[in-house]
Design a protein around this ligand. Sequence first.
Ligand SMILES: Cc1cc2nc3c(=O)[nH]c(=O)nc-3n(C[C@H](O)[C@H](O)[C@H](O)COP(=O)(O)O)c2cc1C
Length: 199
Amino acid sequence: MIKRRLGPCVTFFPQPTTLLTSVDAAGKTNLMTASWVGVVSKTPPTMAVSLHRERQTLVNIRETGCFVVNVVPASLMREADFCGLRSGRQVDKLPVTGLTLKPAAHLPVSLIDESPLNIECRLSGEVKIGDYRLLLGEIVEVHAADEAFDAAGSMQAQAIDPLVYLGGIREYWGLGARVGTAYRDGLDLAAEDKEEPPK
Ligand SMILES: Cc1cc2nc3c(=O)[nH]c(=O)nc-3n(C[C@H](O)[C@H](O)[C@H](O)COP(=O)(O)O)c2cc1C
């Protein structure tokens, strides 16, 4: 494969499209679009989100110590893009989007009801990276839309329909087709032990 060098840049994809919900000390909720988000530990279950130091969301999370990562379905692309274009310092984004808040189960912050997957996080650490702050959040609850489960109790990705962000080229895409089963299909290449997938 012939490659072009792009230099040290942030072209990387796919990334998730999420809306972070946070609340300030007075109880006002803010929405912010974030794609630099991921699960970074299973024990303890932890997410990391990377926020520019000027985000209102960073102020809120430092004040109240909690946030929710709301997965954005493709149907909410415009609302999510808007929440990435304006700061809560300038405008109350919630009424503009028409999205609905629901209280979280364990923390004093809200979920976005229209998001099919919400992860409640308690702030557990902060790392400075230049202009950014990598926030670690211990996952205290995950809420998944009931309609995303089939009769056998398996989660159906099409029902979540997550909006995929392509960083660097600034495009939103849909999920695309299922191509395999993780921790299993690679066993075809393992000549020895095809019994147990790694934990
Ligand atoms: C698709 C997309 C992804 C984004 N991801 C991030 C991110 O991960 N971290 C960040 O600091 N800003 C990110 N932004 C920019 C913020 O969403 C934007 O600056 C927003 O206005 C901040 O809102 P706030 O000041 O109300 O917190 C993203 C914007 C878009 C459109």
